[in-house]
Design a protein around this ligand. Structure first.
Ligand SMILES: Nc1ncnc2c1ncn2[C@@H]1O[C@H](COP(=O)(O)OP(=O)(O)OP(=O)(O)O)[C@@H](O)[C@H]1O
Ligand SMILES: [Mg+2]
Length: 410
């Protein structure tokens, strides 16, 4: 159970960190992209103001030929596309990198067979003697910026599984540390239960031995005494309680401490049915087996037998004369379902959630008369959990109950 809690905590922790990672990465991406755009615009405006004064107008037509010649002689690299258009927006001259050869401002994109060209563009009218004579346009490629942004997205996505795995492992480790006191407390309770069971055994043995001797003395002296029978019954009940406590403590230990092997549930159910048939007949109860799957589950035979026996004995105990009890099993997905159904007194809805609690009995007076301590279903639940299974109850007052256990197939 603690392990399940550790896994759950680790998963919560992982989800939380991944969500934070996504939020952080998105914020980073937005800021990063904005700063790239700003730097691109700054570059564009610098270039534009550098080139603008070099433009000459000859016969009403703008030209950058002189500037280009000087730039060529100085061997200076131009990392932009510089275009000169006439007043009808027809391209006259172009220098530098490839760009998009039409007028536009801001982000521009053009696709052709070789791929797509993406630029940030800026242009202004060229005037001479008060007349419009054309346009100067400067474009810088956004390719590198786009690549940087894409890289940021890839890095975020690629980091996710690694980050998730790392956080899950760390979460599992730290939740183990945090849950250690709880684990120790549970261990202490388990040990207490086992010790109490064992400690009860000695006085019970003494009572039983003394009672035997006392009965013998009474018989020799021809004294009839009913009290001895009452004491015998009480001591038998105490002995049962002690062995239930010891068993419960055993089952609650990790199951890996016990023999695990494939268990043929069919054989097990047949054996239990055989054990109960005579008892049931004496009370005029029809105790029968329904259809049973041949498949096996991995588990501990002794624990599983105890589980079915406890369910069957409850069914018998809480079913009145003339009733019917059926046990059957079927495959449900990857699990084997074992069902014990009776036409007995049923369980009130408000008690259903509590019947698996230790020492819980629905009707204390009646259950006490029937001899139950209220540990039977706690043992059943512990066995089911140690086999990574699940148990559910459906019940209707006065009509009967069905306990369904599902255990993973071998
Ligand atoms: N098949 C059933 N039909 C009706 N009530 C049931 C059935 N099984 C369990 N209960 C109720 O659930 C309570 C708890 O069951 P549980 O087996 O744990 O204890 P118990 O049978 O009273 O005692 P023990 O099994 O320790 O001898 C019972 O006291 C009973 O009230
Ligand atoms: Mg019981």
């Amino acid at each position: 159970m603690l392990n399940q809690m550790r896994v759950k905590l680790a998963l919560y922790f992982m989800c939380l960190v991944l969500v934070l990672h996504l939020v952080g990465a998105t914020a980073f991406y937005v800021l990063f992209s904005a700063s790239l755009v700003r730097s691109n615009e700054a570059l564009l405006s610098d270039l534009f103001s550098e080139i603008r004064p070099s433009i000459k107008v000859e016969n009403g037509t703008p030209t950058l030929a002189d500037w280009a010649k000087r730039a060529n002689e100085a061997n200076s690299m131009v990392t932009a596309s510089i275009q000169v258009f006439d007043r009808d927006k027809k391209l006259l001259e172009k220098y530098g990198d490839d760009g998009i050869e039409r007028l536009g401002k801001g982000r521009m994109e053009e696709r052709d067979q070789t791929g797509s060209t993406k630029v940030r563009s800026f242009n202004e009218k060229i005037k001479s003697e008060g007349k419009d004579c054309g346009y100067l346009q400067v474009q810088v490629s956004t390719k590198q910026n786009d690549q940087a942004s894409e890289l940021a997205i890839y890095a975020t996505i690629v980091a996710m599984p690694f980050l998730g795995a790392l956080v899950a492992v760390a979460g599992y480790f730290f939740s183990g540390l945090a849950l250690r006191p709880a684990e120790q407390a549970m261990q202490l309770t388990r040990r207490f239960v086992a010790d109490a069971g064992h400690e009860l055994n000695t006085p019970i043995a003494i009572i039983e031995a003394s009672l035997e001797a006392l009965t013998e003395i009474l018989r020799e002296n021809n004294v009839k005494e009913d009290l001895t029978e009452i004491i015998a019954k009480a001591s038998a009940r105490m002995s049962e309680l002690a062995s239930d406590l010891i068993f419960l403590a055993r089952v609650e230990n990790p199951i890996s401490h016990y023999v695990i092997a494939p268990v043929r549930i069919k054989k097990l159910l047949e054996d239990v049915c055989e054990d109960f048939t005579t008892l049931a007949k004496n009370r005029n109860i029809n105790f029968k087996l329904g259809s049973i799957s041949e498949l096996e589950v991995m588990g501990n035979l002794e624990f599983l037998r105890r589980m079915v026996t406890n369910l069957a004995s409850n069914a018998l105990r809480y079913t009145d004369e003339g009733g019917t009890i059926v046990i059957w099993s079927e495959v449900e997905g990857r699990n084997l379902a074992i069902k014990v159904s009776d036409t007995g007194i049923g369980i009130p809805p408000e008690s259903i959630d509590h019947v698996f609690d230790r020492f819980y009995r629905v009707d204390k007076a009646r259950a006490r008369a029937a001899g139950g301590a209220g540990l039977g279903l706690s043992i059943v639940k512990a066995v089911v959990e140690s086999h990574k299974g699940n148990i559910t109850v459906t019940s209707e007052l006065g009509r009967g109950s069905t306990f369904k256990v599902t255990i993973p197939l071998a």
